[in-house]
Design a protein around this ligand. Structure first.
Ligand SMILES: NC(=O)c1ccc[n+]([C@@H]2O[C@H](COP(=O)([O-])OP(=O)(O)OC[C@H]3O[C@@H](n4cnc5c(N)ncnc54)[C@H](O)[C@@H]3O)[C@@H](O)[C@H]2O)c1
Length: 331
């Protein structure tokens, strides 16, 4: 693929900012469109200062802003979306509006400006409860209850996938979809299990001499996920988008299934704290097991490299420092 201009929507977000660096490293020119509602321009400040990227502030619901940002681009990476479980319950209307209008506007602009390839970030949430684990890309997509606002997120992504393939693809775009599975790392935002657990470990263990604590968790700790470190996530996204087949869908993640109990204890270990779990009720709408089969993306040369222990240690340290600094600032 030639080194043309790539538009990354959601580029000041967690995955977007890492993808921007990955694309630059591969010799591509990058423009970012983000409203910074959850993203932070500071993530890209060094690149903007060095004149290495264009950073455009705008809302993907605004067709004119998307149209202008897409001019001259060869590839569009559509990542902008409202992430964070809390928001699915608090503002499902906005989640769906950003999901549907954002996808339609980016597809329309890509078609209008002769973009060659359109890459959509979808999600593992499109499976809700998968029928098979490890799950392949052939798994059926579903939402179990249209009345539950939680499914605004997965439902919006299912619609975005359909639109990508059957509007963008049908009208002439080369399309690729990747479905991230639990990408994590330092600075991943705060509405995620890892920062929430680190914050509680820091709060409960501060000042204790014997670092052994009991920690309440959602569920009994046997629920599983496969956690993929951000450097691997960004590299995998780039590989899927740049080398993936037309109209194809790729899992992005690792195939190491980890229980939430082990995750919590691992975060504790990284902070020198021994943790005893206190099981609690599980949120409705979650699934017991999730782990992707990543054979398809591996076929393009993707292999996750950062071991879970190392990734957790880096993330735990980053968040612990952040929470302690925040506390110090507030006296
Ligand atoms: N992090 C994960 O593990 C994960 C898992 C599955 C799917 N995804 C998907 O990957 C993509 C990136 O996720 P992330 O973890 O980096 O989340 P993030 O919240 O850090 O990034 C999303 C970005 O979109 C921007 N955005 C939101 N609404 C916008 C709007 N109306 N106009 C312009 N920009 C807007 C936000 O400001 C943010 O920078 C999203 O599409 C998300 O659904 C992520």
């Amino acid at each position: 693929m030639s080194a043309g201009l790539h538009l990354v929507t959601g580029g000041s977000g967690f995955i977007g900012a890492a993808l921007v660096r990955e694309l630059l490293g591969r010799g591509h020119a990058v423009r970012v469109l983000d409203d910074h509602s959850r993203g932070r321009p500071a993530r890209l400040a060094d690149l903007v200062d060095a004149g290495r990227i264009e950073l455009v502030q705008g809302d993907v619901r605004d067709a004119a802003a998307v149209d202008t940002a897409t001019r001259g681009c060869e590839v569009v990476w559509h990542l902008a979306y409202i992430n964070g479980t809390r928001f699915f319950y608090e503002k499902p209307d906005a989640v769906l509006e950003v999901g549907i209008k954002g996808t339609m506007n980016t597809l329309d602009a890509a078609l209008a400006h002769g973009v060659r390839r359109y890459v959509l970030a979808s999600t593992s949430e499109t499976y809700n409860t998968p029928t098979h684990v490890p799950t392949t890309e052939a798994e059926r997509l579903m939402i179990p209850d249209v009345r539950n606002p939680r499914f605004s997120y997965g439902g919006g992504k299912i619609a975005a996938e359909l639109m990508t393939l059957h509007i963008g693809g049908r009208r002439g775009l080369s399309t690729v979809i990747f479905r991230p599975h639990n990408i994590y790392g330092p600075d991943m935002g705060f509405e995620h299990v890892i920062p929430e657990i680190v914050e509680r470990i820091v709060a409960v263990s501060e000042g204790l001499t014997r670092k052994h604590i009991r920690l309440p968790i959602q569920g009994d700790g046997t629920e599983t996920r496969a956690f993929c470190y951000i450097d691997d996530g960004a590299r995998g996204a780039a590989i899927a988008g740049l080398s993936g087949g037309d109209g194809e869908i790729y899992h992005l993640g690792t195939n190491r299934e980890t229980s939430i109990g082990d995750l919590v204890r691992g975060l504790g270990r990284a902070l020198g704290v021994e943790i005893e779990l206190e099981p609690g009720p599980l949120q409705v709408g979650g699934t017991h097991r999730r782990c992707p089969d990543i054979t398809k993306l591996s076929g393009l040369g993707y292999h996750p490299e950062v071991p879970l222990e190392e990734g957790l240690a880096r993330s735990a340290r980053w968040y612990a420092e952040h929470f302690l600094a925040k506390r110090a600032a507030h006296g």
